[in-house]
Ligand binder design. Structure first.
Ligand code: PDD
Length: 277
């Protein structure tokens, strides 16, 4: 696999980052995941804006090298060859020789870009296949989930707990209110109206979330961004997850309980997935 590291395209086996990088010592890094379809990046400028916002919020200077990000990504795209790919762009505060909590103001950010084959959404191939399995969990993450940080311990911790069953996604809630998935945003449908947690909550402003809200509005489907209590799960006709790699995928099981199947012919998620095309 070809990767980009600080201005150079290298074979991944040649890419070396110092252990003194603050991403290693302090977990100080932000990232983006950008999908491509048929060799074309999808929603590139939206991802770039969020990357800029994550950098600003973490006081990491915007690296000049990122001004030609799109070009670099297309170069990697050609070299890695897959038709559809997901690009991971990671920017850290940089390498600091002398360990101190206070970062040296002159260090340069580290930029690393890799890509992998983007699997076709299995629900696009077969919308009738069984939906995802999710587990509800108390949200133990920090209170700045609006920043897309590589410090994802809170998101992945329970995935590694051997006493817990393997699931496709964890749905985080706090104080009785649903926030988002560990790696996705969440949508609910009740009586033909769509609901999703508001950006005022502690969630990532998903690029796919925003794109879907736009599609819903353009197609005159009511959408509300508001607080969603846990009980809403039992009252919903559909629950779906969205992300740059998942697009839209439905949930069928929460905490091992199968959600009742309702109106399968006219499900809104299927319509939105078709509109995605
Ligand atoms: N995850 N919420 C969280 C916590 C996420 O990690 C993601 C994406 C989303 C959806 O955001 P978007 O639609 O912009 O991809 C919401 C990516 C795909 C990942 O970390 O691999």
């Amino acid at each position: 696999m070809w990767v980009y590291l600080n201005g150079e395209i290298l074979d991944s086996s040649e890419a070396k980052i110092s252990p003194l990088d603050r991403a290693f010592t302090f977990g100080e890094g932000v990232y983006e995941v950008i999908p491509s379809y048929n060799k074309k990046l999808f929603l590139f400028s939206e991802h770039l804006s969020r990357l800029k916002s994550s950098l600003e919020k973490t006081f990491i200077p915007f690296p000049q090298e990122l001004t030609n990000l799109e070009e670099v990504i297309y170069q990697l795209h050609d070299m890695n060859g897959f038709l559809n790919q997901s690009f991971y762009i990671q920017v850290t505060r940089g390498v600091q020789e002398f360990r101190s909590h206070q970062a040296d103001p002159v260090i340069d950010p580290t930029i690393f870009i890799s890509s992998q084959n983007l699997e076709i959404n299995p629900y696009r191939l077969n919308p009738e296949r069984v939906g995802l399995r999710a587990r509800l969990e108390e949200d133990i993450r920090w209170s700045r989930c609006d920043i897309k940080t590589t410090g994802l311990f809170g998101n992945v911790l329970s995935l590694h707990d051997p006493s817990k069953e393997r699931v496709d996604e964890i749905i985080f809630h706090k104080d009785g209110i649903i926030n988002e998935g560990s790696r996705s945003n969440i949508f609910f449908v009740k009586e033909k109206t769509v609901y999703t947690p508001s950006l005022e909550q502690n969630i990532l402003p998903g690029v796919t979330r925003a794109f879907i809200i736009k599609l819903l509005k353009e197609n005159d489907i009511s959408i509300f961004e508001e607080s969603i209590p846990i009980d809403f799960i039992n009252e919903s006709d559909e629950i779906w997850l969205t992300s740059s790699t998942k697009e839209i995928q439905p949930i069928d099981y929460i905490n091992e309980r199968e959600l009742p199947k309702k109106n399968t012919e006219s499900q809104i998620w299927k319509r939105i997935l078709r509109l995605f095309d």
